[in-house]
Structure formats: C-alpha cells, structure tokens
Ligand binder design. Structure first.
Ligand code: PEP
Ligand code: MN
Length: 360
C-alpha cells in the first residue's frame, strides 16, 4: 500500500498518512503487552495505535478493560514509538481522562452511537475542541442514527470528525460477525463527502481470514483508512481473539493492498470506473445472498407442502406475486419484460427445489 492520494482535511493537519492506518489490540491488557505491540507496529504503515481501555461487552462477566490505568501505558507507547494514540470513550468522564492523558484521537463505539443522549453528553464534553473524533456506525443498520451522531458533534463545534464503518449486527448468523452493508457507508459518504471514512474490517469479520479482502474492498471504494486489531499473540488475546492479526501480518497486508492513484485524467477516470465496479460487485454479492435466502424459504414451504400433501405449483398465488412485482419494478425503472423473465427464472428454481424435497 502506497501513499499516493492527496491528503485530506484534518488528517493532513495532524500529519497522518493517507490512507490512515490505525492498529493495535482490541484491549490494553498489560503494560508490557501495550508496549510490545506498539514497538512491533513501529515498522508498519500504522501511524496511530489503538487499544480499548473501557470495553463495552454485550454480556457481563467478560473482561471489561483495565480502565484509566491503561491510559498511562498508552502515553508511554506514544512517547517510546512516536505513534499517535486512540481509545474509545463512552461517557464524559472517559473524555476528561483521555484528554488529560493526551490521547490524540477519540473514538465513539458502536454501542454508544445508538444512544443520542450519550452521544450528546460526549459531544458537550468536547465542545469546541479540535480533538479528532471517529464515530463508529451504530450496531443496528440505521443510517439516521449514524448521521445524527455526526451532526451532534458538528453542532458542538467538534470539527475534526471521521467515521468508522464496523458493520451491523444481525440476528441470523452470516459469514460476518457484523454484516458490512456497504451501501449504508456509501450513503453516508455521499452525504458528507469530506468526512474521512475508515473501515474496521476486524469487527465486520470476527475472524482473521477475511480481513485482507475486506480491506481491499474498502480501498477500492476510496475509503480513507483502516482500523485493524493487532496483537502479538492473537489467539490468547483477552478480547476478540479470533479476529486479531499479528503486527507482521499487518505489515504484509499493507504491502499487498492495492491503493488507487488519483491524479491525471485517465487515472481519475479509471479510479471512478473502478469505484463504481466495486459498488456493483458489492450489490451482486448481496443479490446472491438474498436469492439464497429466498430459496431457503421456498424449501421450507416445500417441506410444509409435503407434510400436508399439497401440490407444488399454485398458479393463483404465483400470478398475484408477479402482478405486484411488475408494479414495484415500474417504480424502479425496470421493464415488465425484465421482471417477468427474472421472476420466471427464480420461480423455476423454487419449483425445482420443492420438487426435489417432495420427491425425496
Ligand atoms: C472495539 O473497537 O474494540 C470495539 C469495541 O468496537 P465496536 O464499538 O465497533 O464494537
Ligand atoms: Mn474489539
């Protein structure tokens, strides 16, 4: 990964690289652990060291962070390595302590962004400062909550903002710990084009084997940075063990990641085309996911029909579906002919599935 893109707004003012790489453990565990990882990251593209001090855990009884004590460790890591430091703040008291310990960048966690009261309290505590604040998306796929948090900080004159896309939780298990729902981040980017957008592939993936690909997709979509959980002994990390990578892996990843160049007419054109193509790839992937889900429901209907000895094909219901879809398609500028062809194909696949179920 090479730094080719124009530096942007406060990233530039704070002398941070672009794309910005933030790395470090999910949680600060011990002083030695913090210092060891920070020193290993000195040879990487990371310019900001992350570590959670106060850990919001979904269920009680897990490691909840070392607390304010860890801020001293972060300060020491900064003094020894020159890396900037960042941690999550979840209330005004955290803010006060973090400012006192010269934490360079604060981030707002996904479980905080869902709560306008807390977001407001934190924004008020930072009123008028030039401290950079990165706002993670809320845990639920709701663009307004995310936008609302950004607006609350802007209104409190906290101008050096960025956002972190860390994925959205779903009840159903998918291949991700948190579904990326790229479209939501793209919509946010369209609304605030100058706001640095950073991907946190670690919390999207929940596992280390897909972190590289997620990071590449983000760079292809012109994200401004990556926040990647990094630990010298990932498997024995006190939190989020499955998703952390070693500093060596991070160095290798950033060497292999391709970054878009953004200069010259042809380059600008290629850049735009590639971004659009990546958007199409993301949507195609979603189409397959959705079709797979639809087919599962069709399978359940097949099993039910089998149990009740009902025929597979029910034309009345099918014609109703088609009529509705043609109308909806019109609203999206999709021709009747296309809707008919597409749904015939989908329907045929459902029938094949159901026949398979009924005959076996
Ligand atoms: C974290 O970054 O370790 C963290 C707790 O993130 P999130 O708020 O995205 O769950
Ligand atoms: Mn984590």
């Amino acid at each position: 990964m090479e730094n080719k893109k124009e530096l942007r707004n406060w990233l530039d003012a704070f002398n941070l690289n672009h794309p910005l790489v933030i790395a470090g453990p999910c949680s600060a565990e011990t002083e030695d652990q913090v210092l060891k990882i920070a020193h290993q990251l000195k040879n990487s593209d990371a310019t900001v060291f992350r570590a959670g001090i106060w850990k919001p855990r979904t269920r009680p009884g897990n490691f909840e962070g070392v607390g304010a004590l860890g801020l001293k460790w972060l300060q020491r890591a900064k003094a020894e390595t020159g890396l900037k430091i960042t941690t999550e703040v979840a209330n005004p008291h955290h803010v006060e302590l973090a400012l006192k310990h010269d934490v360079d960048i604060l981030w707002i966690g996904a479980r905080t962004t869902v709560s306008p009261f807390i977001v407001q309290d934190i924004a008020d505590a930072l009123k008028g400062t030039d401290k950079p604040v990165l706002i993670k998306n809320p845990v639920n796929p709701d663009l307004s909550l995310w936008l609302g948090a950004v607006e609350r900080f802007y209104k409190a004159d906290v101008a050096n903002l960025g956002v972190i896309h860390r994925g959205f939780s779903t009840y159903e298990k998918t291949r991700y710990r948190n579904n990326p729902e790229w479209q939501i981040a793209i919509d946010l980017q369209n609304r605030f084009p100058d706001l640095p957008l950073i991907l946190d592939p670690s919390h999207i993936a929940g596992r280390r084997d897909i972190i590289f690909d997620l990071s590449q997709t983000a760079l292809d979509l012109n994200y401004d940075g990556l926040m990647i959980e990094t630990h010298y002994d990932p498997d024995n990390a006190w939190s989020d063990a499955a998703q952390q990578i070693t500093p060596d892996a991070l160095i290798k990843y950033t060497e292999d990641l391709r970054i878009r160049k953004e200069s010259g007419d042809d380059a600008a054109f290629n850049n735009k085309i590639n971004t659009l193509r990546t958007k199409i790839d993301v949507i195609d992937h979603q189409l397959i996911e959705i079709l797979g889900k639809r087919m599962k429901v069709a399978d359940d209907i097949g099993s039910l029909k089998k149990a009740h000895n009902v025929a597979v094909l029910q034309s009345k219901r099918w014609n109703e579906i088609l009529g509705k879809m043609i109308l909806e398609g019109e609203e999206k500028n999709l021709s009747e002919e296309f809707i008919l062809r597409m749904f015939k194909a989908i329907h045929q696949e459902s029938i094949n599935h159901q026949e398979e179920i009924i005959n076996h």
